[in-house]
Design a protein around this ligand. Structure first.
Ligand code: SF4
Length: 465
């Protein structure tokens, strides 16, 4: 009987998509608005969307303008036990709601204000719940901190792989050695040094990494995007993500001119940096008014997108890929993934020829056979555009009430929130909340409560230590 059960488990786990993931994807697809149910939509077909923590360590030691956190965030002390119990509670909820296999940001606040051991424990909890954690940081820490979180007291790696998103740009005040940068170029060495920490970790302990470069875009640094990409793409970043500034979070840190930053204006500058058109319509993550994504790779200084949205064959390829390999392979063992690929291909053998044809098209675009293909470096370009807090609040009211907005700005906000690709779990209400709602609506009250629960140490507390 036990053998029969074991064989049944293996059969389920090696299906092209396992039943738990299939059910979570179906629920997610059903919840998308009609505007997002389009060919090439990854949410509900390949994954359920990205996730993030909230209220786990709100404090930060930088002063960014803008800052998406509420004014009270810095009145909450960093507290390891609180962080770990909240991360555990939120991850258990996300696991129940969204199934196994998702990307989740460990985000506050500034993650490196956690002790290295608490930081490592939080990553471990997220992995245990079937999440690939990405620590979101300003990057102002040294190798000793990184090693202490990545390696245990016996000098053994705690994890095979680490993911970090590093926010680094001129909107930030407080970085060691660049307290008030006046140009993005002044930060290129800091960007390089951050990547080198992880190169060293790999060389010494074999721990691989995925590094995302995050940059807030304002009217002041818009025309410096291209130089950031051109000067830094070879440093080791796997993703360049740009966030046009929005009126959300701490109002004291807002500046004029954010609404001048249209998506096309920002994307044009990203394309200028990449040196090529960056197609984003063949495959999309949620609503393209929130997210534009181009996957591709550099061969030396030449960037080539994986998909050309002007090419019908590439668009068809995306659908073929979704149908042949439904669900995702996140955090699955190599053996299980190999069996799943095998069963997927056996079910749809024609996919092999279609993949080969697509690879040929990509190869031609990248310069043909005589290229040093062994130097291919995958890099993803992303633009993630938050919604202004006032529009989010109005649209969230409609979603809560089950009504539909009529004013065009709010209709747009409501559709974007319903297709949200970046959610936070609230086990106490049973809700999954878009990050725009978290930062634009819920953070002020949440941080007020946390400031009472976890007040900053007083002078007397500090003196008595
Ligand atoms: S967090 Fe906001 S901007 Fe981001 S995907 Fe969700 S709704 Fe869109």
């Amino acid at each position: 009987m036990r053998l029969f059960q074991r064989l049944r488990d293996i059969e389920e786990a090696t299906r092209p998509v396992d039943p738990e993931t299939e059910a979570a994807l179906a629920r997610r697809w059903a919840s998308l608005p009609a505007s997002a149910k389009v060919p090439g939509q990854l949410i509900g077909r390949k994954f359920t969307g990205c996730e993030a923590t909230h209220g786990v360590f709100p404090q930060c030691d930088f002063a960014c303008k803008p800052c998406y956190h509420s004014a009270d965030a810095n009145k909450v002390r960093i507290d390891g036990p609180h962080t770990l119990s909240e991360v555990r509670r939120q991850m258990a909820f996300l696991r129940r709601e969204r199934g196994f296999g998702a990307y989740a940001q460990l985000i506050g606040g500034e993650v490196s204000l956690l002790s290295p051991t608490d930081h490592a424990a939080a990553i471990g909890i997220m992995r245990d719940h079937g999440r690939i954690p990405m620590s979101f940081t300003h990057g102002d820490f040294d190798y000793d901190y990184l090693r202490a979180l990545a390696v245990d007291q016996h000098d053994r790696p705690r994890f095979p792989h680490l993911s970090f998103a590093c926010h680094i740009d001129t909107t930030m005040l407080g970085r060691t050695g660049a307290t008030k940068p006046t140009s993005e170029a002044q930060l290129h060495d800091h960007r390089r040094r951050f990547c080198e920490l992880f190169d060293r970790l790999r060389a010494e302990y074999g721990i691989s990494s995925y590094l995302a470069h995050n940059m807030t875009v304002t009217p002041n640094n818009l025309d410096q995007i291209a130089d950031v990409i051109q000067s830094c793409h070879g440093q080791g970043w796997r993703m360049f993500s740009f966030q046009p500034a929005a009126y959300i979070g701490n109002e004291n840190r807002w500046r004029d001119g954010y609404r001048e930053l249209t998506s096309d204006l920002v994307w044009d500058e990203i394309q200028r940096g990449a040196g090529t058109r960056l197609p984003w319509a063949a495959a999309q993550v949620g609503d393209t008014r929130c997210n534009r994504v181009t996957w591709g790779a550099y061969l030396r200084d030449r960037y080539t997108p994986l998909l050309d949205d002007d090419d019908d064959a590439d668009r068809r390829m995306v659908e073929t890929w979704f149908d042949a390999f439904p669900g995702n392979f996140i955090l699955r063992s190599k053996a299980l993934s190999t069996l799943r690929y095998g069963r997927s291909i056996a079910r749809r053998p024609g996919v092999v020829g279609e993949l080969a044809a697509w690879a040929g098209r990509f190869g031609d675009r990248a310069g043909g056979r005589r290229q040093p293909w062994w130097r291919l470096k995958p890099v993803t370009f992303v633009m993630h555009r938050f919604i202004d807090a006032a529009d989010t609040a109005a649209a969230w009211d409609h979603i809560q009430a089950g009504t539909t907005a009529t004013e065009p700005r709010i209709v747009e906000a409501q559709e974007r929130l319903e297709a949200c690709a970046y959610s936070m779990g609230h086990p106490e209400t049973g809700q999954l909340v878009p990050a725009c709602v978290q930062h634009g609506v819920l953070d002020p009250e949440e941080n007020r409560r946390l400031a009472e629960l976890l007040p900053l140490p007083t002078r007397r507390d500090r003196a008595s230590r």
